[in-house]
Design a protein around this ligand. Structure first.
Ligand code: AMP
Length: 118
């Protein structure tokens, strides 16, 4: 079972932001911005490349609600999903990185800490 499925099953703790029957949002353990939350479907889907349109259609308003909860819907945020080896995906369970809380630099190669990445 993948690490995010274990989080869904509460076998691994997470700092949850919001959940419903199908989706879960929780804080990234290694934040790259002042706000860095991961949004996942509870069912195991390997990456964006495998997800079906119906799941994405339901996930969209869920992500928007998470951004509102975090009070970054007006200031703006970045939504990123890494896909496969070249995309830099480390966890093989679809997740969207929701990043915000400050003006984000557009530097996809930076391995910055939360403060330096704004
Ligand atoms: P990616 O490289 O796109 O697959 O991103 C995986 C993300 O999952 C990274 O930003 C990690 O910091 C994060 N991560 C890994 N394990 C955990 C965990 N147990 N709780 C929260 N975030 C995690």
């Amino acid at each position: 079972m993948c690490i995010f499925c274990k989080i869904v099953n509460n076998e691994i703790p997470s700092n949850k932001v919001l959940e419903n029957d199908e989706f879960l949002a929780f804080h990234d353990i290694n934040p790259k911005a002042p706000i860095h939350v991961l949004v996942i479907p509870k069912k195991h889907v390997e990456s964006f490349h495998e997800v079906d349109g119906e799941t994405m259609a339901k996930m969209t308003p869920f992500i928007q609600e998470v951004a509102k909860m975090l009070c970054i819907d007006k200031s703006g945020y970045r939504l990123v999903t890494n896909i496969g080896k070249d995309g830099g995906q480390e966890v093989p369970h679809l997740h969207f990185h929701l990043l915000g809380g400050g003006k984000l630099r557009w530097d996809h190669r930076s391995d910055a800490n939360p403060q330096k990445n704004i």
